[in-house]
Design a protein around this ligand. Structure first.
Ligand SMILES: [Zn+2]
Length: 235
């Protein structure tokens, strides 16, 4: 582990019980590191992992790092206070989104083994930035290997259900939409049930898909999307 102390942190009031994964979304890891250690930038994470697996420690896990911004999960909005933030070096959707190399994911799994030996982090509180800030963020994105992470013992994954069913999409209204929104809310998303499939619902469905149905990130809740939603609720 390489020490790269960041001045961008403050105090926690309670132990972390959540892990939020990010990509850096900058051209290089060095650029991201420079930004996260710049006092002017006021952003940070606890860790950054390079594509070759090099692990940088920026902020002590005991402290509150500044990675999540305006966020929401299960009614809570100070996600920085609740979480440990890990940045994975990747240019992201803006600069050339690409697969996360094995060495990087292996280092991440090892780090998560360590973190979870120190803190109690439930499986359903291992999330992406896009899960807690769906309207603003798309990281770590649809190439992030959530399934592999779950196979290594971290986080919730559900298998394809092959479920047919009429798609629900923006503009639709009714009990089916209400039930789906209630399910997304129970998982943790900011999607208060109204029975109206509005723009925010599309955004949240897209975030759900980016995590649990990565081949279909279109914001349309087809049968498979809804089946996986139910499976995540049961997991
Ligand atoms: Zn992020």
């Amino acid at each position: 582990m390489i020490s790269a102390p960041s001045p961008n942190f403050d105090n926690r009031v309670s132990p972390p019980d959540m892990i939020v994964l990010h990509y850096t979304g900058m051209r290089t890891g060095d650029e991201a590191l420079a930004r996260m250690t710049d006092a002017e930038a006021k952003v940070s994470a606890h860790y950054m992992i390079e594509e070759d697996g090099r692990l940088y420690s920026l902020v002590s896990e005991e402290r509150r790092a500044w990675h999540a911004g305006v966020s929401f999960w299960k009614g809570a909005t100070d996600i920085n206070a609740a979480s440990i933030g890990i940045e994975l070096v990747n240019p992201g959707h803006e600069f050339g989104y690409r697969a996360f190399p094995d060495a990087q994911i292996e280092a991440l799994i090892e780090l998560m083994d360590d973190i979870r030996s120190r803190w109690t982090v439930p499986e359903n509180r291992i999330l992406g930035h896009s899960d807690v800030a769906p309207a603003r963020k798309t990281d770590p994105g649809e190439l992030f290997p959530w399934k592999r992470l779950a196979q290594a013992g971290h986080g919730v994954w559900v298998e394809p259900a092959g479920a047919p069913g009429a798609p629900l999409a923006e503009g639709d209204e009714g009990a089916g939409v209400f039930a789906m929104q209630a399910g997304l809310t129970r998982i943790g998303y900011d999607c208060a049930p109204s029975g109206k499939f509005d723009a925010q619902t599309t955004t949240v469905v897209r975030a759900f898909q980016r995590h649990w149905l990565q081949t279909r990130v279109d914001g349309i809740a087809d049968g498979e999307t809804r089946a996986r939603l139910v499976a995540v609720l049961r997991a």
